[in-house]
Ligand binder design. Structure first.
Ligand SMILES: Cc1ncc(C[n+]2csc(CCOP(=O)(O)OP(=O)(O)O)c2C)c(N)n1
Length: 650
């Protein structure tokens, strides 16, 4: 698959596809497949999902004109073929790298990308909005198309949107890309329903044979009975397929083979003529055309760079060892072994949160709800009500989906649900849709919630133990990063108590979470400059250790708060509030964190360095603060309190 593409470089715009023959489109599909495979030689990227939609993407662009028509790829991780045929082939090698193309749709890259998606499930809602907007503004002829995977499909908002579309009877084409997979195999009642629809003769091509077989069906008790009964189910699905969708007001068509460009084009041309809402059920294979990916689509959802040597898979597993994700998983596993009341919930992120060992060891106490975060949190509240200790293991960015359940079902009822927030901070190449920078802001607003952030690997199990002893809701947040073990004496964690690692007279760095290691290195570098700056592991964002804050402000030159989270309303804000509320000199508090703008994609280390949140940047900030005021123990200097925007480095 290493040949140089011939057609792809000639495609400056998707318009070209509309003039291509079927043979050329098929060749183009092969070229795209090869380019996707080559990409993995240089970087980790979404892979199997993209291989699976190549034909669908080409068929769509050859039938519709998305300069006018509207197209939304739900979730957006399967956007690569679309990027390749909409003028971005020359930059494609840069995808997911800092400064390069985004790994998700991005309207600032191309008018062919309508929304910056990344969180699953919103496509039908936004598409309906765009369609109604087009109608109201006099361009009703624009076709409206969304492609949504069977993993994203069960999201509650999809049904809210379908309900609305069906009620309004709008001309919306919803293409269900059914590859039987979310990241892990799809789960739930809808999954079984789609399985049944797949037996539709339209898809299997068996109609006449099946009808003939059914005609000869014995009454009962025959060994062939089960087989024939299944076929009968198939016929039923064939004759009444998609009743669920039909009842919601959609015309259901399918399932059809999503790798047959000719067939896809035929169906798309046909449904283009219909005036009703349509659900076109397309069956694809995740990883299609690259055997290892088709055989293991879970691993190949976002595989690491192809290893130059060694077996596929080993490298990724080794690289992930020692990550916060894994350390937390192990701590949870130990708790599950020790306490039968502990149950674990994930909203379709079993693989990302590395929960497979828990799923396999405790199948009855492990729940994958699918991409249904709000349900997951409310479900956890119900479990907690009965005396169980639910742990919702979830990415920080995806918990945003369940904000109201966090409020009403959990916090307001003061139920002991534990949220372990993975990817809290800068999530790296996935970029702004996935950075988990708002959790401190949204968690600390709620009464009852205790919020913690481990400073190193050893804090993780201690925090888990502390959290599970508390009687109310708790959030523990940690980034996608390896978890170092810092050399120090550790004792059990006390609610609301920070850990002083070094006391310094010239200033104090009060660190919230995993940047602790960088803070310690900054402190060490500063000592070489003659600046005595201490480091405190805050551990708690709520309740704060007000005592240590007061002491730092009274005894040391300045207090620099450090967090891998939004500065507005986050940890540093909490410290400022604490200082102001206690009549302390809040002007001596400075804050380092994520400024009030969206951070692009890139490696976490690169992004942190750019924001001045690595050891060098933090040391530089301390020097700047120290130079701006009399030290040590100076009165508030004349320098204005300045928010550290982290933009000082080019
Ligand atoms: C709200 C939300 N929760 C979780 C995720 C993480 N996630 C990304 S892709 C994916 C699976 C999507 O499956 P599907 O829609 O079937 O697409 P496929 O990859 O199978 O093509 C998940 C769970 C997300 N993007 N958004």
């Amino acid at each position: 698959m290493n040949q140089t593409p011939a057609l792809l470089p000639t495609i400056r715009s998707a318009e070209t596809l509309r003039q291509m023959s079927l043979t050329e489109l098929k060749r183009l599909a092969e070229e795209i497949r090869a380019v996707l495979c080559q990409l993995l030689n240089t970087r980790s990227a979404h892979f199997a999902s993209n291989l699976g939609v190549i034909e669908l993407c080409l068929a769509l662009h050859s039938v519709f004109d998305f300069r006018q028509d509207r197209l939304i790829w739900d979730t957006g991780h399967q956007i690569y073929p679309h990027k390749l045929v909409t003028g971005r082939y020359p930059q494609f090698h840069s995808i997911r790298a800092k400064g390069g193309l985004m790994g998700y749709p991005n309207p600032s890259e191309s008018p062919y990308d309508l929304f910056m998606t990344g969180h699953a499930g919103c496509s039908i809602s936004t598409l309906l909005g765009v369609h109604v907007g087009d109608e109201l503004q006099g361009t009703p002829e624009r076709q409206a198309v969304a492609v949504i995977g069977d993993g994203a499909f069960p999201s509650g908002i999809v049904f809210e949107a379908m309900n609305h579309v069906g009620g309004l009877k709008k001309k919306i084409l919803m293409i269900l890309n059914d590859n039987k997979m979310s990241i892990c195999p799809r789960v739930g009642g809808l999954a079984s329903y789609l399985d049944r629809l797949r037996t539709n003769p339209l898809y299997t091509g068996l109609k006449t044979e099946v009808v003939r077989a059914l005609g000869k069906m014995p009454v009962l008790g025959d060994p062939a009975e089960r087989f024939l009964a299944q076929l009968k189910e198939g016929i039923k699905a064939g004759l009444h397929g998609g009743m669920l969708f039909e009842d919601l007001g959609f015309r259901y068509i399918g399932p059809i083979d999503g790798h047959n460009i000719g067939l896809l084009r035929k169906y798309l041309q046909m449904v283009k003529q219909l005036e009703d809402p349509v659900l076109l059920h397309v069956v694809t294979e995740k990883g299609h055309g690259f055997q290892p990916a088709a055989a293991d689509p879970v691993y190949f959802h976002t595989p690491p760079v192809f290893p130059a040597a060694g077996g596929l898979g080993e490298r990724a597993r080794a690289a992930a060892e020692g990550s916060y994700t894994e350390v937390m998983r192990d701590a949870i596993l130990a708790r599950m072994q020790a306490d039968p009341r502990t149950v674990v919930l994930t909203a379709a992120m079993c693989q990302g949160n590395m929960l497979e060992p828990i799923r396999d060891a405790f199948p009855d106490r492990f729940f994958d709800t699918g991409i249904c975060e709000s349900h997951t949190v409310a479900f956890a509240a119900g479990l907690a009500k009965t005396g169980l200790r639910p742990i919702v293991d979830i990415y920080s960015t995806f918990l945003q989906r369940a904000y109201d359940q966090l409020f009403q079902e959990v916090s307001l009822q003061n139920l002991p649900v534990l949220f372990t927030l993975d990817r809290a901070g800068l999530a790296g190449p996935d970029g702004p849709t996935h950075h988990g920078v708002f959790d401190l802001v949204y968690l600390r607003a709620f009464p009852h919630l205790v919020v913690m952030a481990p400073g190193d690997a050893r804090d993780v199990a201690l925090m888990l133990a502390c959290a599970l002893q508390l009687d109310g809701p708790v959030g523990i947040r940690y980034p996608k990063a390896s978890a170092p073990t810092l050399a120090r004496q550790v004792a059990p964690i006390e609610r609301g108590r920070a850990e002083i690692l070094r006391w310094g007279t010239d200033g104090t760095i009060l660190c919230c979470g995993a940047l602790l290691d960088a803070c310690l290195r900054a402190s060490q570098a500063l000592r070489q400059d003659g600046l005595d700056v201490g480091v405190v592991n805050a551990r708690f964002v709520k309740p704060l250790d007000h005592g240590v804050i007061a002491r730092a402000l009274q005894e040391t030159g300045f207090l620099l708060t450090v967090e891998e989270g939004a500065l507005l309303g986050g940890f540093g804000s909490a410290v400022l509030e604490s200082a102001a509320d206690r009549g302390l000199d809040a002007s001596r508090v400075r804050r380092a964190g994520i400024p009030d703008r969206y951070i692009e994609h890139g490696e976490r280390g690169e992004l942190l360095a750019e924001l001045g949140l690595d050891a060098d940047g933090l040391a530089a900030t301390c020097r700047e603060i120290a130079a701006g005021r009399p030290l040590p123990h100076g009165q508030p200097g004349a320098t204005q309190v300045r928010e550290l925007q982290g933009q000082r480095r080019p």
